[in-house]
Design a binder for this molecule. Sequence first.
Ligand code: ZN
Length: 309
Amino acid sequence: MPAPPTYHGFKRLQGDESNPTLGIVVDNTSRAVHVCEAADVDTDWDVTADTNPTFYVHSATNPATEYGTLRHDATNLILDAVGGGIVVKLGGTEHWRVTTAGVLSSLAAEAANAATGTGGLIATGGIAFTDVANAWIDDATHGSGTTTHYIGNQAITTSSDQRLKVDIEDSQARATEIFRSLRVVDFNWSENYGAHEAYNQRGRWTGLLAQEMVGVVPYIINAPDKNCVACLAGLDCQEHVDEEGKPINWFVQYDHLVPMVVKGIQEMDARILDLEKGQAHFQNGWLKDQVRDAMNDSKFKDWLKAELV
Ligand SMILES: [Zn+2]
């Protein structure tokens, strides 16, 4: 027969040399404290002895199957929910929930929608990789610039929809003239760019410079202030820096240039069609007909003779 456990219960402990404190001292066998209502005192909790002191809190409804534990396993502090998820409230309002499916969600309703996706994350307030407004991923804009985000080393891009646009009309842009004025450059990425090593391993790049494009197609440039003299000149700017003092760079959103490329192709296509029409005209004997008609015209013949003398 094992020795009957010794219940120490509430004890006076030493917080430090000058501060006594109240303690709950568990026995050396089960090492557990169970909190339950009076009606459940005879319940067999059917849990194995814990290796470390463990605090159990049981629900009143199904105390043997719905409860939570708190312990430290000598490596981590562990909060374990049995028979349900974990909800974090602030002032009585729910803010975070870990569902039984393992989804971390900022609100219960959204968590319920996550039918699949164990280990998923639903953050209705957005996600930020650094504590900078420009670095948020959200369904609303933040800040005045952009911090590029990556999946692997591929930058995230966006698209839009007719329902998001008003005052729609056929483009008046003279695309081929615009492209004629743009300077395409070859370059390597500088160390100021976070992904420069991986990008430069791909070889030399071809692209455009945001500062040179801003006067031509301003809407594809993402910049905190397109009129800043220092930023516009590509110099160190004291005004447009992030919270770490690093420059807020300008970005060319090339995807927004695609419609202009389409317009340019349409303009070139129209010119080619005109040229082809003219060429067909000649090939169909138009010029020959014109000369024959002219040679039958006595006035023209007289004029030609006079010219050739
Ligand atoms: Zn600036």
